[in-house]
Write a protein that binds this ligand. Structure first.
Ligand SMILES: Nc1ncnc2c1ncn2[C@@H]1O[C@H](COP(=O)(O)OP(=O)(O)OP(=O)(O)O)[C@@H](O)[C@H]1O
Ligand SMILES: [Mg+2]
Length: 176
């Protein structure tokens, strides 16, 4: 096994901005290079660890609180953690940063109009039709990161280019 330093790379951004696609790409490359990697993804976590929660501000914060607990344990045990959550609230992300310590915030930035066109799960359509309430970007707020370690503009670059930028940043920060 590789001698590696634990960290949590935290991907935040609107639905369909590209969090999962980029983090999956990064995970694949890190695994090929022999790193211990764990992925924590909103869609999976919400079906298991936090299946009792909804999308009010309180529930969104609780969702991130529980995930933070898991990410912190993994980070402490020298795992490379790639966490992909809309995580719309700045204050909650700041708490996560504080708790985890080795934390790299990556803002997956994309105009909501482009996210709406992608709409790979059909959620924007439902939100626009009023079938889903509290949908981030449409009927719920998204608080942009003020000082993230990295910003990726996914309407301008490919998934591969974005994944390479993440790897470069992790190396620059001394995690790889
Ligand atoms: N530069 C890019 N980075 C990431 N995704 C991109 C990029 N360019 C185009 N895409 C496409 O945008 C879509 C992003 O979907 P993805 O599921 O990764 O978003 P997400 O942020 O994880 O959304 P959700 O919050 O709903 O889980 C994919 O179909 C992906 O191929
Ligand atoms: Mg996703």
């Amino acid at each position: 096994m590789r001698d590696q330093k634990g960290f949590t790379a935290w991907f935040t951004g609107l639905p369909c901005s590209g969090k999962t696609s980029i983090a999956d790409g990064v995970a694949e490359i890190l695994k090929e290079r022999g790193y211990r990697v764990e992925r924590l993804d909103g869609d999976i976590v919400r079906k298991s660890l936090t299946s009792d929660l909804g999308f009010s501000k309180e529930d969104r914060d609780e969702n991130i609180k529980r995930v933070t607990f898991v990410a912190k344990l993994l980070t402490k045990n020298n795992v490379a953690v790639l966490a992909t959550f809309v995580s719309p609230y700045r204050e909650r992300r700041a708490k996560t940063r504080e708790e985890i310590g080795n934390f790299v915030e990556i803002y997956i930035r994309c105009p909501v109009e482009v996210c709406m066109k992608r709409d790979i799960k059909g959620m924007y359509r439902k939100a626009m039709a009023g079938e889903i309430k509290n949908f981030t970007g449409i009927s719920d707020p998204y608080e942009e990161p003020e000082n993230p370690e990295l910003i990726l503009d996914t309407d301008k670059e490919t998934v591969e280019e974005c994944a390479q930028k993440v790897l470069h940043k992790l190396q620059e920060l001394g995690y790889l």
